[in-house]
Ligand binder design. Structure first.
Ligand SMILES: Cc1cc2nc3c(=O)[nH]c(=O)nc-3n(C[C@H](O)[C@H](O)[C@H](O)COP(=O)(O)OP(=O)(O)OC[C@H]3O[C@@H](n4cnc5c(N)ncnc54)[C@H](O)[C@@H]3O)c2cc1C
Length: 540
């Protein structure tokens, strides 16, 4: 691909934010160059579930699912704790349908609604207990990318799965051997890889120059306008100029311990995204005088770290969604007490990990342990072990709850008492402490044979052996950064546009602030605003 030191629009980062921005700008006739710091394209997006949450998408019409602007906005407002800028939320909802249509019309993406997947707080006003807003990007053959097929990040587990094949999407997480073989032979990839692949192909078709191993180090600012970037290519720093603008799409700052310590509202020790997300774009925007928003927030998620499990050179943080929702499992804190509805959505659980005890002055619910019993392990398998197989050696186990408690250094009386109380709630079908199983969402991710029934998530812990796994406070990515207007233009501390500077994705203040509507609650707004930023940069 031809490379030049002067283009119209520069995009930094190749996740959903960068790719959609580059596509919109290039389709508007701009000469676009995209620089990616990592050796592979795709960022956290490529290893994600790839699901965007898109209210009012046109696939709802095909299935007769009713939705409206007012419902979607009312719902987001109900989750915002008054932190959301109404204009930004409106811009997201108003661009949602058009963004899905645009991507389907101009790339090989073909979204499908994840059947019956509930919103994350479906009982809130405007929430959808039977889904319709979360989309599966489907499978994409990487054969279509030619030499670029080996230059895109992928997730080991979901390489050939659509999200709807996974346990989270309503499937089993396993393919029959014929389907698996077919997908491998045709290099059909789904989830996040299925989302980024078609957009990368469209960019290549449009002649966008894509650079990997090319970290941007700073913005070039001349006469008050962002006019280019300094970027390292093959280890040499060079200046590239942009006649129209620079779009920051460098992801969050979750892998920068100093920024995490400075800004996040509570402990976050286990980031699940790509380790190149070190807040570079945030620092560039700060140096350019940007106003910041939503800085204390991240897209929170409980994670488990399996010894020796490495991704991109770092300890992999595995999301814990299914195991904590299945019957026969609970979370306890270091005092051996339950502290939350384990089956609630992962983002909301972040708040439980951040609870501070004012007397002890310590975080009450860290460390956290997932406790489960022999029946749970036998029936469902655990952390990658299929049902019926021996549970992995790294998982702590004991023949009795008391012995398990000693092994993980918690009070045996307290753990026994907690489990007795839980078993009593299960017997009566009513979790009186935390209401687990009351929401339609709680009854989705557990035992798929009982989907939407209480049995999908309520089950006793009473069969030896007993198991414990340490759970961490993790993130899918941080969600604070430079504030933008509704077109993705970065604002300064007076609220004025910084000429030539745009931002989209986790590098920027999230348009929905702390509201996480449903599966895809990060990628939905990111793609809508990526498109806005690309259009604005190309047309301003
Ligand atoms: C396992 C997992 C599953 C998830 N599943 C979902 C899901 O199904 N739905 C959903 O909505 N969200 C999901 N998320 C969250 C979602 O993936 C992120 O919120 C989203 O991908 C962020 O997109 P982005 O474009 O802002 O950043 P990213 O996709 O992280 O891309 C940022 C890119 O910028 C690059 N970069 C950084 N610094 C520089 C620099 N100086 N110069 C050039 N490039 C730079 C990075 O290397 C990276 O490639 C998931 C996350 C994880 C980890």
């Amino acid at each position: 691909m031809a490379s030049s030191n002067k283009v119209d629009v520069i995009v930094l980062g190749s996740g959903a934010g960068g790719l959609t921005a580059a596509l919109a700008a290039a389709q508007s006739g701009a000469r676009v160059a995209l620089y990616e710091k990592a050796e592979l394209l795709g960022g956290s997006t490529a290893i994600s579930g790839g699901v965007p949450w898109m209210p009012l998408n046109h696939h709802q019409d095909e299935l007769g699912i009713e939705d409206s602007r007012e419902e979607a906005l009312t719902y987001l407002r109900s989750l915002s704790l008054d932190r959301m800028d109404p204009a930004m939320a409106e811009a997201f909802i108003d661009g949602s349908r058009a963004t899905v249509q645009w991507l389907e019309e101009t790339t090989d993406l073909e979204f499908a609604i994840m059947p019956m997947y509930p919103d994350y707080h479906p009982e809130h006003p405007g929430g959808k207990p039977h889904g319709g807003r979360s989309l599966d990007p489907g499978l994409f053959s990487y054969e279509k990318l030619g030499e670029w097929k080996s230059k895109v990040a992928k997730s080991r587990r979901s390489a050939h799965l659509k999200i709807t094949d996974t346990t989270l999407g309503g499937g089993t997480g396993f393919l029959d051997s014929e389907t698996q073989k077919f997908r491998e032979e045709n290099d059909l990839r789904g989830c996040g890889a299925g989302l980024v692949g078609p957009i990368i192909k469209a960019l290549l078709d449009l002649g966008v120059s894509l650079h990997v191993n090319a970290p941007a180090t700073d913005l070039v600012i001349e006469d008050g306008r962002v006019s280019g970037v300094r970027v390292e290519i093959d280890g040499f720093e060079t200046t590239v100029r942009a006649s129209k603008g620079v779009i920051l799409a460098t992801g969050g700052f979750e892998w920068n311990p100093e920024l995490v310590r400075s800004f996040l509202r509570g402990p976050m020790t286990s980031p699940a995204g790509v380790p190149t997300n070190t807040g570079d774009g945030l620092l560039m925007a700060m140096r350019a005088g940007a106003s910041l928003g939503n800085m204390a927030q991240a897209w929170w998620v409980p994670t488990v770290e399996i010894p020796g499990d490495i991704a991109f050179g770092k300890q992999r943080a595995n999301l814990v969604n299914r195991e904590r929702t299945l019957p026969g499992s609970i979370f306890v804190n270091g005092k051996g007490k339950r502290f939350t509805n384990e089956a609630s959505n992962y983002n909301a659980l972040g708040g439980a990990f951040h609870q501070l005890d004012s007397t002890d002055f310590s975080y009450v619910n860290l460390p956290c342990w997932l406790i489960f019993d022999g029946r749970n392990a036998r029936t469902y398998g655990s952390f990658g072990t299929p049902p019926g197989q021996p549970i992995a050696e790294w998982i702590t186990r004991a023949p009795s709850l008391r012995e398990l408690a000693v092994k993980i250094d918690i009070d045996p009386d307290e753990l026994e008492h907690t489990v007795d109380r839980w078993n009593g709630f299960v017997a009566r079908g009513d979790d009186k402490d935390f209401g687990r199983g009351k929401s339609a969402y709680d009854r989705w991710s557990g035992d798929g044979n009982h989907r939407f029934e209480l049995e999908s998530t309520l089950g006793p812990i009473d069969e030896a052996p007993f198991y414990a796994v340490r759970v961490h406070s993790g993130t899918l990515g941080t969600s604070g950064g430079p504030r933008t207007d509704t077109r993705g233009r970065v604002l300064d501390t007076k609220g004025d546009v910084i000429p030539g500077l745009y931002a989209a994705g986790n590098v920027a203040a999230a348009p929905t602030a702390m509201a996480y509507g449903g599966a895809g609650g990060t990628l939905g707004p990111i793609m809508v605003f990526g498109r806005y930023a690309g259009l604005a940069a190309a047309h301003d």
